[in-house]
Design a protein around this ligand. Sequence first.
Ligand code: HEM
Length: 423
Amino acid sequence: MEKLRPLDEDISPCLCPVDGRHGTPSAGRKTGEMSPSSGRSSVSPSNCVSAPSIKTRECASVPGTEIQHVSFFFVLQLEGKKERGGSGGLNKLCGVSLKYKPSKGNRLCQGLRKICNRVYSSSSAQKSTSCPNVSIVVRKILEQAQQNDVRIGAKLVRLHFHDCFVDGCDGSILLDNADGIQSEKDALPNINSAAGFDVVDDIKTALENVCPGVVSCADILALASQISVTLGGGPSWEVPLGRRDSRTANPAGANSDLPGPFESLSNVTSKFDNKGLDSTDLVALSGAHTFGRAKCSSFSPRLYSFSNTGNPDPSMDPAYRDTLRQTCPQGGNADTLANLDPSSPDGFDNDYFTNLQSNRGLLQTDQELFSTSGADTVAIVNRFGNSQSEFFDAFVQSMIKMGNISPLTGNNGEIRADCKRVN
Ligand code: HEM
């Protein structure tokens, strides 16, 4: 008789999917697992943001979303066939996935009950940590915001990146200056550049109305990023949730850890490496520059005096350079915007990579991925340029990886009531 697998293998983590469009989560799958090797911890059930909006066949009949109902929610897999177990049916909300071989019903049920009780017995797990329709609420607000600002999705994806690279995905970028808080918004990579904060506030207000104190600001950034990418025509994925918000900000960290547009590929690579992200992650995530804008100041030295040589960047297509010179004349307004992806500025696709292949990358750091001879990133750019689906698949994996950078969990941090200030 096959033994139940150890708990830590069998428990689906409580970074639960909020959206079932990507299919039924399978037993033992660890959607949002934090790798111990990177010093990240597993997320306890108390951090789970529930998935009541899951539309999968198995989840349709879930009667409740409160954690206290969970102890009997489990998946039974018998000879590859899924059955419903316990009184609650299958629930991916902190669901416990168990594999079992045929056994006497009662004994099995007792065993499951014991295990489930062990998992959910902590007092914090009794608190409600669910928020029905969280992704629907966020999506609605983003759709509305997009009507006034076609760039809002790009802004939010960038905020998530700038959040995660500074002490982990903890919503720290959203904090305003206050007593004891020096805002990251004033750090060099963000000041007069990072945007979308008002829409984050709108989302927070809407979520606090429907389920107060449940969804963190850090999770809002992760979720809003996924929905923005999807709305732009990109892939959809299950967003691991359960992050908590910081009580501090770190502008010095923003200055040191976020890469700038004039850095060498080796610098950028090592900044990603410091966060546990490899070259494939770097190239895939840079693909977020398939939408959004950059200011002339972020790239115009390439047009006129690249690295103070007095000559333009030789790795830029001359026709593209001429067009950009019209947008950004020498001595002109440094804040004028240009499209990061000249061929499909607002769509999420793999044009960013085909642009790089024809030397039409806007930022120096973009073009370097393709134009640095001998770099391992060249082949990856070619792979994504030649196949949009390979890019999409890699992008999803890397976004989940980036979203898992050092989250605050358990009793660390808080769920901010207002993303701009600590509670
Ligand atoms: C590889 C290193 C990266 C560098 C050096 C970099 C740098 C920049 C710069 C300079 C801008 C324009 C800012 C401005 O001019 O105001 C920008 C925009 C943007 N970045 Fe990056 N970025 C990098 C990676 C990423 C990653 C990993 C993501 C997300 C996964 C991302 C998402 C975006 C988006 C969506 C925009 C457009 C934002 C808007 O329209 O407001 N970037 N980036």
